[in-house]
Design a protein around this ligand. Sequence first.
Ligand SMILES: [Zn+2]
Length: 240
Amino acid sequence: MTDRDWTGELESYLQDRLAELCDSIGQRVPLPGLRISPPLATEEAKYFVLGFESGLFRLDRESYVQSDLFPAPNEEDLRQRMCQIFWCDSLPPRLFREGICQLSTASLLILQRGWLRSQVRLEPSIDEQPSITGGADILVKSSTGMSLIAVEVKRNAAEVHKLVTDLQACCRRGAHAHGDCGFPQNHPKYEFCATYKPTYFWAVAPDAEICFRMNYEAESIAPEQLTSLPPRSMIELEAG
Ligand SMILES: [Zn+2]
C-alpha cells in the first residue's frame, strides 16, 4: 500500500482555508496561491493531517485554531489566546508557518508517541504564569502534574541551533534577569525551564530537532544533549 500524499493533502487543505478566510474578510484570494516557506516536511504534514482528522484541532472560518489542547478557555479573551494560522496584519494573509509545525508536533506526541490528550497542552504559559510569555509552545505533564517535556517550535534548523546555543549560555550562567541577558530572544525558554523544571527540552523545526535532558543543580541547569526525545514509557518510568 502506498502512503498518502501528505504534503499535497495539507497544501490543498491550507489553500481551502485561505480561500475561506479571504471570503470571510472580503478579500480576493492571492493569485499565486499560498506561499509555504520553508516547505512542509512529509512527517510534519502527515501529523497535521492526522491531527485534524482525529479531532485534535480544527480551524474555523477565520483560521483560528480551535482545540481542547489549549488551556481551558475562560471569558472574552478566548479568541486572543487561540492561535491563528494566517496572519491578517498585512494583505494578502500570510501563513503562520511555526503554527503548522506546532500543531503537527502536538499531534505526533499524541498519535505516534502515545501521550494522552489530557497531558499535552498548547501554549501552556498563558494560563499558568502570565509573566513568562513565550516560555514554551507545548508542555507535556505527568498525570500528577509534573512538567515532563517543554517543546519549542522554530521555523527552521538555523533557528533551532541558535535557540540551543542561547539556552546553553543562559543555563551555564545560572539565575539572571531578562534585561541582563545577552540572548533576550530565547531567554524566556531558560526562565520557563528554571521555573517549571521540565525533565526534557525538545526543540523542533520542520527540518531539525534537538533534545536535552535538563539536569537541575543548585545554582544552574546542566542540559545534556540526546539524539532524540525518549519514548513515553521511559520518561514516565524515570519520573516515578
Ligand atoms: Zn538569559
